[in-house]
Design a protein around this ligand. Structure first.
Ligand SMILES: Cc1cc2nc3c(=O)[nH]c(=O)nc-3n(C[C@H](O)[C@H](O)[C@H](O)COP(=O)(O)O)c2cc1C
Length: 169
């Protein structure tokens, strides 16, 4: 195992948005909190999210061949908790969403979203790159988007693990 001293701490200085990546297969929704997100190309319009092979959401994206990146507002921490620490479709029980153009769930609470068709999934080390072609993009609310900061991300009144730890848990 390659040990790079302080790499996790440096990762924690990389600011990113806080999103719920959603998908659906046979009308069953799936989704998980995600911070490893990147723009890849304007033309064609490509974006990527990086998911651990353990995520149920990844398997559902593989089958459903679609996903949406729902960017949360600053008031979205409860949703981040709901989708970031458990697995399965129960997470959607009390969540309002519509079906996007690709069939992926679009969360009503999201500030904005990118609705994507799956291009491909490729494994790099311990994560899989989920590459998507954007089919539709929209801003839904004028609110400020959440910026994930592990030092101030409080869950259940306790300081959260860093994204990297929550992520690997
Ligand atoms: C703040 C936060 C950020 C996260 N970012 C990622 C991420 O970028 N990639 C990933 O694979 N997991 C990430 N996770 C972990 C998943 O959201 C979590 O394991 C989730 O319960 C998986 O649900 P699923 O099995 O239904 O897909 C994050 C969790 C939290 C709390």
């Amino acid at each position: 195992m390659t040990q790079i001293p302080d790499m996790t701490q440096v990762f924690d200085t990389m600011r990113s948005g806080l999103a719920i990546v959603t998908t659906a297969y046979r009308r069953k929704p799936a989704g998980c909190t995600t911070t490893w997100i990147s723009r890849v190309s304007f033309e064609p319009p490509l974006v990527a999210v990086f998911l651990s092979p353990q995520r149920g959401t990844l398997e559902m994206i593989r089958k459903g061949k679609r996903f949406a990146i729902n960017f949360l507002a600053e008031d979205g921490l409860a949703l981040a908790r709901q989708f970031g620490f458990s697995s399965g479709a129960d997470k959607f029980a009390d969540v309002q969403y519509e079906t996007g153009q690709t069939g992926a769930p679009i969360l009503r609470a999201a500030v904005s979203y990118l609705d994507c068709r799956l291009e491909r999934i490729e494994k790099f080390g311990d994560h899989e790159m989920v590459l998507g072609k954007v089919q539709h993009a929209a801003i839904q609310r004028p609110d400020a988007p959440a910026v994930y900061d592990p030092a101030t991300f409080f869950l259940n009144g306790e300081r959260a693990e860093s994204a990297n730890e929550a992520h690997h848990g």
